[in-house]
Design a binder for this molecule. Structure first.
Ligand code: CYC
Length: 182
């Protein structure tokens, strides 16, 4: 598993050069609090995000919870909720590290094959992940609304700033999950 710093070292080592161009790492440090706030925005809303994403996925495709569906019976429903939580957790690890390797190596490696073997439907999984991607952007940018959140509505209240880069980065990790499963 690599992070933004060890990635710079490994990259330099493969070309037997000194670590150079530290500008990206300087920005990583300078923007560090933004990254921590973004990780916190996801981690502290994780269980709500997971249950909402899986509920939305099922609402749009109710065959999933009928006999023959991959969220039926309760054992599979529980496995599905667990998987959504695992995936979201590894996305937060990647975001904290500033590198996708932990997500690739410990979560996505072989997952497509596992899902194919178990008959876990890709389009439904992708839908749940897309919902979590949208939720993450909303929580990081505090753009979620009381109308959308209902009784679970929660505003993070972090200092307002430009979160476009960190939002794009976390979106890229969700996209990585989607392309690994597709
Ligand atoms: C640390 C990394 C890690 C991952 C990622 C992981 C995934 C994982 N998900 C599994 C099953 C499963 N995954 C799902 C998920 C779903 N079904 C649906 O219809 C939805 C689309 C979707 C939820 C969004 C289901 C239902 C099963 C059980 C399938 C079965 O046993 O028939 C299994 C098979 C073993 C088991 O049931 O526990 C693995 C290994 N395990 C790990 O250790």
């Amino acid at each position: 598993m690599l992070d933004a710093f060890s990635r710079a070292v490994v990259t330099a080592d493969t070309s037997t050069s000194c670590v150079s161009d530290l500008s990206a790492l300087k920005a990583f440090v300078a923007e560090g609090n933004k990254r921590l706030d973004a990780v916190n925005a996801i981690a502290s809303n994780a269980s709500c995000m997971v249950s909402d994403a899986v509920a939305g996925m099922i609402c749009e495709n109710q065959g999933l919870i009928q006999a023959g569906g991959n969220c039926y019976p309760n054992r599979r429903m529980a496995a599905c909720l667990r998987d959504a939580e695992i995936i979201l957790r590894y996305v937060t690890y990647a975001l904290l590290a500033g590198d996708a390797s932990v997500l690739d190596d410990r979560c996505l490696n072989g997952l497509k094959e596992t899902y194919a073997a178990l008959g876990v439907p890709t389009t439904s999984t992708v839908r749940a992940i897309q919902i979590m991607k949208a939720q993450a952007a909303a929580h990081i940018n505090d753009t979620n609304t009381e109308a959308g959140g209902g009784k679970n509505f929660r505003r993070m209240g972090a200092v307002k700033g430009d979160c476009s880069a960190i939002t794009a980065e976390v979106s890229s990790y969700f996209d990585r999950v989607i392309s690994a499963l597709s």
